[in-house]
Every structure is written in structure tokens, then in C-alpha cells.
Design a protein around this ligand. Structure first.
Ligand code: XMP
Length: 518
């Protein structure tokens, strides 16, 4: 897929909480779409020849000093524009209308009455529907040339348009599921108004990407750090289709993986596996344990694991000779969250191989999944024939079990966590909860306490079970695991895992807790 020639819509991000959702809804309509910060120069946007532009919501008030804005010329490109919430207010503000504090704040599900059923935006939509509102400001004076196309009880200008110039503005959020015909409204915009064909699909991505990568890589040598996680696995298989034996995958086994995981990675990606990759597994378990001896402080632990990982990877890479390209499994939320695409300010310190490009010399970095969301990466993986077991895996942190063992890491503790975790996973699967919970695992608290077993006093470790439900991993609720399941896991862990005499279920949400322990 060459994104330069693709039919696309650009979503301009003003910092609202649903902005990635807007992009994914557009893709669900079969239209490729990218997020750009409102700070991006107009030329950068017009050069990409979008078929349409969507302005998102945002936390500012258009009339306050320093509010996020856009150049007025954006509306003169001849490209249809749809403003959502803040985007709608900004459109009015820039084109000569007025926005002020709403007499009453509107939040939540609201009845929307459509006043212009012939509007192309409302084609095929009932004249009355539920929409999701979340705003303090409202449009009090329309910009010249605009008409009201819908209202609510508290908001007379709930949607507006200047049909002639293909400018549309809605005060509500069509991207959230609470807006009952939101997807149809967005589809009307991108397909009917912008004229997109709606034919973009994942299958095109995979075949197009392989062609594009072949062209780029030529007969250059490619190196991929394979962690066994979803992103690096899909990236590796894509590259193997493009570079064949010129691709080498290095799998650094730091010994902090879950039970059976290292073997699974080798089975799938190793020389005996279906892809017959050039695969190097580095067994660095001893080395990591040595480096981690005596390290207890969480950040120090993370740093030690990260540094050692880079060192092992670098040594292995050197041993295979010169390399032209390094593959990274960066995905779209990483791009947006690191401020490269959209506006969201969160910068993850999680990137496992993030330090590599600076210390090694390459012609270039290849990030084949850079424009995909996680579920799209999974679909691409399934299409490439990667086993579901790997593709549907829950997130697993780069430092692995190292951050699920509180305090010092020892071989014995790693074994305890691996065994307890395997039991927890097995029972969650049996109970049918393995797909509904977002992430679950066992961890080792550094606590030892007195217990009794077979009339004997014990003084052993306590294991914590953790399971969370979340959509973005920034906040999370605890999974309500049935008590019978918890009890079965507890019984099995204390009976089957040596050195454990207590099991806790951690019921802390995030915030205040994080998902991992360190
Ligand atoms: P926390 O513990 O911050 O975790 O609530 C949020 C999500 O991020 C994952 N996580 C990591 N992923 N490298 C990663 O690739 C890391 O260092 C790392 N630390 C946390 C965590 O598993 C959860 O899904």
C-alpha cells in the first residue's frame, strides 16, 4: 500500500479524547485516514491531496488566548471539511460566526432533531436520533453562508452546513457509539460528500505493503528484533515476504518470558517453523540474571534490562555482518502518542528497542506497521497466517516478568511467577475469560508469610493475580472474575507451585494502581 497515492482523509487533531476513534471509524468506512496535529503547516496537509478533512474535538475554548487553531485557508482548499464539536466551533469562529459559553452545559446522550433531512450528511438517517454531546461552549451566531441542519433541546445549532462549499459542522460526536447513527453520518461525509470509494481494506494493505517493501529493500540486508509480541511478529513476517533470506530475525531470550513462550516463538519463527526465517535465538538468561543480581529499585531494574537487551542485540547484530535496514514494530498509536502525528502529549518510555538506531549504523529504519491500529495489525497477522495464539496475545512488557517480580529477581522467583502465571492462564481459558479480559497475569509480591501445610509450618511467598479490563491501557478496571474461578486458581497455585503459601487477587483499578507492579 503506497499511502501517497491512496484515497485518504486527514483528521486534524485538536487534542480531544476521542480523536483516535475518529480515525478508526473512518477506516471502518473503508477509507484510509491519517491523523495530523493542528500545528502541521497547511502545505503539509494539502500536499497529501486528501479527499476530505475532519477537525476533531478539543479541550480549549476557541475564543481564549492561545487556543488551538487552524489557518482560515484550510476552508478554501476546495476539499470538504467536517468539524466535530471543537472543530465545528472553530470553523464558525474562523469563518465569521460567534461562539460563546453555552447557557447550559450539555453532556451525555441527547435527542437530536434533524431540520434538513435533505442534507447529504443525513442521507438515510431518521429525522430524530440520539447523539452524544460533551460541550461547555456553543455556536451563537452562524458564519455567513451556513444554515442550521439539526438542533437539540439546549442547542439550537447542533449541526450546520454550507453545502455549496462542502463545509459541515456538528456539535455532537458521531465517532462515539452512543451516537446512534454516527457511523452512517461519518460514512455519508467520507463517501457521499468527499466522494471516497470506501474500498480500502486490510487485504490490500498486506499485498501492497509487501510490494512496497520489496522495492525499498532491494537486495539490502535487513535486521529485525523479534520479541514474540504481536507487532514485531507481524513486522517480521511482512519483511520475510519482501526480503526472504536477506532478513535476519534476532530473538533475545532474556529468561523473563512467560512459561513456554520462548519455545513458541522458536516453533513459529525458527528454521523448522512455517516461515523458515533466518532466526537467531540468543539464550541470554544467565547473563541477565547476573546483571540483575541485587537490583531492587524498579526504574533501575527496567534500565538494566533495557541496556542489557541492547547490548546483547548489538553484539549479535555485529556477528552477522553489515546490515542496511533495521525493522521496528512501531504502530499508529505509538506514532500519535509520541507526538509525531497527532496532539496527544503522552510519551511512552516503553519502547524496547528505542535506543538502537542511535548506537548502530543503518541506511534506514523500516516501520511497516506505522499506519495501523492494534486490531488492524492483528488482522494483518491473521492474513499472513500467523497462529491466532500469537496474533491475539495480550500485551506483554519488554522487561517481561522482571517488572512482575517485586524486588530482586532470582532464578527461583522467575520460576514461581512462570508456574503460577501458567496456572492462572489455563484457568482463565477454561472459564472462557481469556478473550474478554484485556490483560491478566500472576506476579510475585516480595512478601513471605507464615502458613501451614500438612501440619507443618511454612514460611513462603505470596503470589498476586492481576486482571484488568481496559480499552486504552491508560485507565483500567479490575475484571470481575467469578469467585469459584479465583478459588480454583488459588488452590492449584498453592498445591502445584513450590514456595507459595498465599494467593491474593489485586482489586486495584488504574489509577491509582498501574497495571504492572514496577
Ligand atoms: P502500566 O503498568 O503502566 O502498563 O499501567 C500499561 C500497559 O503497558 C504495558 N507496559 C509495557 N510495555 N514495555 C512494553 O512494551 C514496557 O516497559 C512496559 N511497561 C508496561 C503493560 O503491560 C500494560 O499493558
Amino acid at each position: 500500500m503506497q499511502t501517497e497515492n491512496l484515497e485518504k482523509v486527514i483528521v486534524i487533531d485538536f487534542g480531544g479524547q476521542y480523536n483516535q476513534l475518529v480515525a478508526r471509524r473512518v477506516r471502518e468506512c473503508g477509507v484510509y485516514c491519517e491523523i495530523e496535529s493542528f500545528k502541521a503547516p497547511l502545505k503539509k496537509i494539502s500536499d497529501r491531496k486528501p479527499k476530505g478533512i475532519i477537525l476533531t474535538g478539543g479541550p480549549d475554548s476557541v475564543y481564549s488566548a492561545g487556543a488551538a487553531s487552524a489557518p482560515r485557508e484550510l476552508f478554501e482548499l476546495g476539499v470538504p471539511v467536517l468539524g466535530l464539536c471543537y472543530g465545528a466551533q472553530l470553523m464558525m469562529h474562523l469563518l465569521g460566526g460567534k461562539v460563546g459559553r453555552a447557557p447550559e452545559r450539555e453532556y451525555g446522550k441527547t435527542e437530536l432533531m434533524i431540520d434538513a433531512p435533505d442534507s447529504p450528511l443525513y442521507d438515510g438517517i431518521p429525522h430524530q436520533m440520539t447523539c452524544w454531546m460533551s460541550h461547555n461552549d456553543s455556536i451563537s451566531v452562524l458564519a455567513p453562508g451556513f444554515e442550521i441542519t439539526a438542533h437539540t433541546g439546549n442547542c439550537p445549532a447542533a449541526s450546520l452546513e454550507c453545502r455549496e462549499k462542502k463545509l459541515y459542522a456538528v456539535q455532537y460526536h458521531p465517532e462515539v457509539l452512543h451516537t446512534s447513527y454516527g457511523k452512517e453520518i461519518l460514512s455519508n461525509f467520507v463517501c457521499r460528500i468527499c466522494g471516497c470509494s470506501g474500498s480500502w481494506k486490510m487485504e490490500d494493505f498486506v499485498s501492497g505493503k509487501i510490494r512496497e517493501l520489496r522495492k525499498k529493500v532491494g537486495d539490502g540486508k535487513v535486521l529485525c528484533a523479534l520479541s514474540g509480541g504481536v507487532d514485531s511478529s507481524v513486522a517480521a513476517v511482512l519483511l520475510s515476504k519482501a526480503a526472504g533470506k536477506n532478513l535476519t530475525c534476532v530473538f533475545v531470550d532474556h529468561g523473563l518470558l512467560r512459561k513456554g513462550e520462548s519455545e513458541l516463538v522458536e516453533r513459529v519463527f525458527g528454521p523448522e517453523g512455517p516461515y523458515k526465517l533466518n532466526f537467531i535465538r540468543v539464550d541470554a538468561k544467565e547473563r541477565f540474571l547476573r546483571r540483575l543480581a541485587g537490583v531492587c529499585e524498579p526504574e533501575q531494574k527496567r534500565k538494566t534490562i533495557g541496556e542489557e537487551f541492547i547490548r546483547v542485540f548489538e553484539e549479535t547484530a555485529k556477528s552477522i555482518g553489515s546490515v542496511d535496514y533495521l525493522v521496528q514494530g512501531t504502530i499508529y498509536p505509538d506514532v500519535v502518542e509520541s507526538g509525531l502525528g497527532g496532539e496527544s502529549a503522552v510519551i511512552k518510555s516503553h519502547h524496547n528497542v528505542g535506543g538502537l538506531p542511535e548506537i548502530m549504523e543503518f541506511k534506514g529504519i523500516i516501520e511497516p506497521l506505522r499506519c495501523l491500529f492494534k486490531d488492524e495489525v492483528r488482522r494483518a497477522g491473521l492474513q499472513l497466517g500467523i497462529p491466532e495464539e500469537l496474533v491475539m496475545r495480550q500485551p506483554f512488557p519488554g522487561p517481561g516478568l522482571g517488572i512482575r517480580i517485586i524486588g530482586e529477581i532470582t532464578e527461583q522467583k522467575v520460576k514461581i511467577v512462570q508456574d503460577a502465571d501458567a496456572i492462572f492462564r489455563e484457568e482463565m481459558k477454561k472459564a472462557g475469560l481469556d478473550r474478554s479480559a484485556s490483560q491478566y497475569f500472576a506476579a510475585l509480591t516480595n512478601v513471605r508469610s507464615v502458613g501451614v501445610m500438612g501440619d507443618e509450618r511454612t514460611y513462603e511467598y505470596a503470589v498476586a493475580m492481576r486482571s484488568v479490563d481496559t480499552s486504552d491501557f491508560m485507565t483500567a478496571d479490575v475484571t470481575e472474575i467469578p469467585y469459584t474461578v479465583l478459588k480454583t486458581v488459588m488452590t492449584r497455585i498453592v498445591n502445584e507451585v513450590k514456595h507459595v503459601n498465599r494467593v491474593f487477587y489485586d482489586i486495584t483499578s488504574k489509577p491509582p494502581g498501574t497495571i504492572e507492579y514496577e
